[in-house]
Write a protein that binds this ligand. Structure first.
Ligand code: VG1
Ligand code: CO
Length: 474
């Protein structure tokens, strides 16, 4: 039996190869054992699913299995974004939630994201217990739960309360008043019927593309990276829209096209939004609150420059939103974000929320009455220019070995640059005297090695990235 391992964000595997009904049941039994051991009363677990092949059926089977374990199972009545499920966990005071999703991965994948009672992605201390439960069950071939007193499975709507909450956190009125013209692209994923519906209901001019279920996602992974947003760009041009707003397969990530279809990198967006929220949200100035900002080790240091400008401390985390979720949960943050397009804000769910990010984009454009590109230029003038980039290298044996060997070495210089600091928070990050840096690490969601670089000009970034690629992967 294959081991079931939770990576950066849940367990992911290829459908029919490892992601089978029987392996899902093994994983669910491991989660059930954890949930039962962590609660003295009868626990409640929320179960959601995205629009992938069989996600709804995996979820339904899981609800039955949870009920057989004596756990009360509330099953979503439709596909649900991961942040909406997180909100529902908090609101219903449930003991956790499972979302069937492989997020941005290609169509052949499915996955399980498990969140704890605080609505945050389960931390390694929890997932290692679940993994141990699963491994133990393999050895002992524990018999299935007795159907003695199976609990009930209830079908529930998780959308309404989540959307209502967003209307209180975003100034939809400002968006409506400025007569913006928006195009929404949920990339055939779980965001459909959420972001678009909320905008339509609020009287905002919006059209949707890819708002139906297609388990092949139109032939591309449902990742709102620039290379997958060409159709959105085209529709924006045709309709004269001023913003294109995309979300990934489970709508916890965002992808933003500015006026003219210009892609705004999630790194730059995070810094812009931090600057905007620091200026525009009065609750930041609440007495006595000494919070700051969190970014993953792979995220732009433009965030640090903006934080410095607003006198906010910065927390650096490993890659994976669970670490930022933990800080949100402890009320230490105004904004937390990751370069992969993860964002949440104070008083919101301890989980990344692509729908919130899209709404705040439209609000920021409405309030400042400038395109995002204009805002970014102004920000660069204020705190300096930062040029981040990221590359994926498919994981062959050679790359694996090269990574292993090169990530443990000690570096005082790298390709003619003096190394100011070596950071091993996640993979290896080398920081240079001029403020530029490189980071390489193994992905925990797909078989690739990731290389991140940042420099202070596009030309310097190109040089640094070439040097890094030649050194690491040549
Ligand atoms: C990637 C991203 C990370 C993100 C994770 C889950 O992880 O780099 O920032 O939190 O995916 O995102 P990795 O280990 O593959 O680099 V999602 O939207 O797939 O839940
Ligand atoms: Co996702």
């Amino acid at each position: 039996m294959p081991p079931i391992k939770f990576g950066t964000s849940g367990w992911r595997a290829i459908i029919a190869k490892d992601f089978t009904f029987s392996n899902v049941q093994r994983a669910v039994d491991g989660i059930a054992e954890y949930v039962l051991s962590a609660n003295s009363k009868q626990p409640t677990i929320l179960i959601g699913y995205d629009t992938r092949f069989l996600s709804d059926q995996f979820a339904a089977a899981t609800a039955e299995r949870m009920a057989a374990h004596g756990i009360r199972a509330l099953l979503s009545d439709k596909p649900v974004p991961t942040p909406a499920l997180a909100f529902a966990i908090l609101q219903s005071k449930a003991d956790g939630g499972i979302n069937f999703t492989a997020s941005h991965n290609p169509a052949e994948y499915n996955g399980i994201k498990f969140s704890t009672a605080n609505g945050a992605p389960a931390l390694p201390e929890v997932t290692s217990k679940i993994e141990a439960n699963i491994a133990r069950a393999n050895e002992a071939s524990i018999s299935p739960p007795s159907a003695g007193h199976p609990a009930a499975v209830e079908r529930v709507d998780f959308a309404a309360a989540y959307l209502a909450d967003l209307t209180r956190k975003v100034d939809l009125n400002a968006i409506r008043m400025t007569r913006q013209n928006l195009v929404v692209d949920p990339l055939y994923g779980a965001g459909q019927g959420y972001l678009d519906k909320l905008l339509v209901r609020s009287g905002i001019n919006v059209q949707t593309i890819h708002g139906t279920r297609d388990v092949l996602f139109g032939g591309h992974p449902p990742e709102p990276a620039e290379e997958h947003l060409a159709p959105l760009k085209k529709v924006m041009r045709e309709s004269g829209a001023n913003l294109g707003l995309a979300t990934d397969g489970d709508a916890d990530r965002y992808g933003i096209l500015d006026y003219g279809g210009v892609f705004i990198s999630p790194n730059h967006f995070l810094a812009l939004l931090l600057d905007y929220l620091a200026e525009s949200r009065p609750w930041l100035k609440e007495d006595g609150w000494k919070g700051g900002v969190a970014r993953s080790v792979a995220t732009t240091h433009l965030v640090d420059a903006v934080a410095r400008h607003h006198n906010l401390p910065v927390h650096e985390t490993p890659v994976g939103f669970k670490y930022i979720g933990e800080l949100i949960e402890q009320d230490k943050l105004l904004v937390g974000g990751e370069e992969s397009a993860g964002l949440t804000i104070r008083h919101h769910v301890p989980e990344k929320d692509g729908i919130l990010a899209c709404l705040l984009t439209a609000e920021m454009v409405a309030t400042r009455r400038q395109t995002l590109a204009e805002q970014l230029d102004a920000l660069f003038l204020k705190v300096g220019r930062y040029c981040p980039g990221r590359w994926n290298v498919p994981l062959t044996e050679t790359i694996k070995n090269s990574f292993k060997e090169r990530s443990v070495r000690d570096y005082s210089s790298f390709e003619g640059r003096r190394v100011r600091e070596q950071n091993r928070t996640d993979g290896l990050k080398l920081l240079f005297d001029d403020g530029s840096w490189i980071l390489f690490r193994l992905s925990g969601t797909e078989p690739v090695c990731r290389l991140y670089c940042e420099a202070r000009s596009e030309k310097a970034l190109e040089e640094l990235a070439t040097a890094a690629r030649n050194f690491l992967f040549a």
